[in-house]
Write a protein that binds this ligand. Structure first.
Ligand code: ZN
Length: 160
């Protein structure tokens, strides 16, 4: 399996430009695991590339892995969009993120948590990024799209 945006999607994908939060889905998966309805290998199958990124450039979190309960989770952010590699661009600093936020293309930042111990991984949030076009042009391009507040263009550092 090659590394792509689908590698990170652990549930049903969702279009649109709104922030997509996957925490409920995460809880459901963990519950299923604790009830014995999901096996560990069904949940802990992170792509080697994701584990490598988590180990090298990930942001350590204070959250203990819900599956192995041995290691703290690491957060990794990938940006996908036009003119970016199909496997996305791993964002390691706030400066990188700010640069992407200033782009004119519509980009998506995928915040993924991963456990480098058991390889649990879950897509936490998808945040819209970039899209700094003139407002008029944007309206013409997508008349039905709900207007996103400008403040959502720069995702805050993951706090979980
Ligand atoms: Zn783990």
């Amino acid at each position: 399996m090659s590394f792509s945006v689908d590698t990170l999607r652990t549930g049903t994908g969702s279009g649109g430009r709104a922030v997509v939060d996957h925490r409920l889905e995460r809880r459901a998966l963990i519950n299923e695991y604790r009830r014995g309805r999901l096996r560990r290998e069904q949940l802990c199958d992170a792509h080697p590339e994701l584990i490598r990124a988590a180990r090298n450039v990930g942001t350590p979190s204070k959250v203990i892995c819900p599956i192995c309960e041995e290691t703290n989770l690491t957060l990794v952010t990938y940006v996908f969009g036009p003119r970016l590699p199909s496997h996305g661009r791993c964002v390691t600093t706030k400066k990188d993120l700010a640069q992407f936020a200033g782009r004119s293309e519509d980009l998506d930042a995928y915040v993924v948590e991963a456990c480098i111990n058991c390889r649990w991984h879950h897509l936490l949030r998808v945040l819209p990024l970039g899209g700094k076009r003139p407002r008029a042009a944007r309206k013409l391009a997508a008349p039905d799209a709900p207007a996103a507040p400008d403040s959502s263009d720069a995702p805050a550092a993951p706090s979980t």
